[in-house]
Design a protein. Structure first.
Length: 481
């Protein structure tokens, strides 16, 4: 694909604030911003995704002549600001949880520490990358959980909301748990396995269904997965497929299977399975597609559907039941000239919208015996290291009478250094490495946290020092007349 300069992929007010900071002679002031998402009633856990594209965007930030001429034409920016943009580069730091990490509401999944003008500019594009890919990776993880060990294929390109959504949605879907994609460009860009069969139009464009199946099997004898519901699934589709499978078998090929795209998938799959088994094709695949998601797959599983391969499109690539993650980018601290951290907090009448101040990271608590994740807590980076030889007491972030004690535990900080002083210091993993890491992450959580129906709430607390800082700031700001 042609390389695009995405520097102007931002909201206008980021640029107007930058212009203002320059006029106020504050361009060198260092600020800390956190990316996190809020609890909205539907989010149980999410799969952090989109870091690689965020890194690419930040490292390639620059204003060329074309971008500066456009901004000049708007007539709202000073000549000094436009001159400043000519040498603009990102020189700050980025910390983030690795892609594929299981994350929860309120946790800083990415932190930018940079001169305030730089930190302000990158907000919109960071949220654009992180929000969308995290949303799709999470949906994919839930679909994978429902499908258990079956094959899951991402089929969403034609229903994606524009090409980039189809491309990067496919990437996120594979990280979350899909085995392949129908999107050939995504396959090429990210080395993702591509998969697909044929459409109803192939069948309709031959004199009859049997002829269509036979022609397709002649072209792809080792991958003959036949779509059997164009006319009548059980009276025509499956019998014609069996007839072609017998011909393939006589030629020494192993038939692949059939695909169902409509109708009562539980009933049709069980009937088709019996017909295929009776004909001696016990190893053939039955693939299902057609507006599937984790809930319909789970229901079909509970009904004993004889399906072992799933093509999931619209409801995955659009995350149909929750089409926006709602991640935000909030100022958490600034640094004084002498390097002192000055925490910042946003207050709201809505408790969930009150931010956590300070320069922070996340610890994940693991049980040493089971290796399972038990809780997370957000802490200030200037806190002393925790002594794991002593019991760890975590307290609810708002209901302080609730606490839990860990005796035999391990701690893992979730954020890692990604960019330091404008240079990449983190080895970006391959997509297959991210996918394997994501699977390991999900396996470290009890099923109670991942179940589709009323999952158990995972504990995310604040360290005592962070809680005390937050409370003191709230008390001070609310006491101001």
């Amino acid at each position: 694909m042609e390389t695009r300069n995405l520097t102007l992929l931002t909201d206008l007010y980021q640029l107007t604030m930058m212009n203002g900071y320059l006029k106020e002679n504050r361009k060198d002031e260092t600020a800390v911003f956190d990316v996190f998402f809020r609890q909205n009633g539907m989010i149980t856990y999410s799969i952090a995704c989109g870091l690689e594209q965020t890194v690419e965007y930040i490292l390639n930030l620059h204003f060329g002549e074309e971008e500066i001429d456009y901004l000049k034409g708007l007539g709202i920016f000073s000549a000094e600001f436009l001159e400043y943009l000519k040498n603009f580069r990102f020189t700050g730091d980025v910390y983030a949880v690795p892609e594929g990490t299981v994350v929860f509401p309120g946790e800083p999944i990415l932190t930018v520490k940079a001169p305030v003008m730089q930190a302000q500019l990158v907000e919109t594009a960071i949220l654009n990358n992180i929000n969308f890919q995290t949303l799709i990776a999470t949906k994919s993880a839930k679909i994978r959980y429902a499908a258990k060990n079956d094959l899951v294929m991402e089929f969403g390109l034609r229903r994606a909301q524009a090409p980039d959504a189809g491309i990067y949605g496919a990437r996120a879907a594979v990280i979350g748990g899909c085995d392949s994609t129908s999107n050939v460009l995504a396959g090429k860009m990210f080395n993702i396995p591509v998969a697909g069969t044929h459409a109803h139009s192939w069948v309709m464009n031959f004199k009859d269904e049997y002829t269509a199946f036979r022609a397709y099997a002649e072209v792809y004898p080792e991958n003959a997965l036949l779509l059997v519901d164009t006319y009548d699934t059980l009276k025509q589709g499956v019998p014609n497929a069996i007839k072609v499978f017998n011909e393939l078998k006589e030629k020494g090929y192993k038939p692949k299977g059939i695909r169902l795209d409509s109708g009562d998938l539980a009933y049709l799959s069980k009937k088709a399975r019996r017909m295929l088994d009776d004909a001696g094709f016990e190893d053939t695949v039955i693939c299902a597609s057609g507006d599937l998601d984790e809930y319909s797959i789970n229901s079909l599983k509970n009904q004993g559907a004889a399906i072992n391969s799933w093509g999931v499109g619209t409801k995955l690539i659009t995350s149909a039941d929750m089409p926006a993650l709602g991640g935000v980018y909030k100022l958490a601290a600034v640094f004084s000239e002498d390097g002192k951290i000055i925490p910042k907090i946003k207050i709201s009448e809505t408790v969930e919208k009150i931010t956590n101040p300070g320069f922070k990271n996340i610890y994940r608590v693991y049980d040493k015996e089971t290796g399972k994740a038990e809780a997370d807590f957000v802490y200030l980076r200037d806190e002393l290291p925790y002594d794991m030889s002593k019991p760890l007491v975590l307290t609810h972030p708002t209901e302080r009478w609730k606490h839990i004690i860990f005796e035999n535990y391990e701690l893992r900080p979730l954020q890692v250094d990604v960019i330091k002083d404008g240079k990449l210091v983190y080895k970006l993993p391959s997509l297959n490495e991210i996918k394997a890491y994501c699977r390991k992450e999900l396996d470290s959580f009890w099923d109670e946290y991942k179940r589709l129906d009323k999952p158990h709430v995972y504990k995310v607390d604040l360290s005592d020092k962070l809680y005390e800082l937050k409370t003191a700031m709230l008390d001070k700001l609310r006491s101001v007349d």
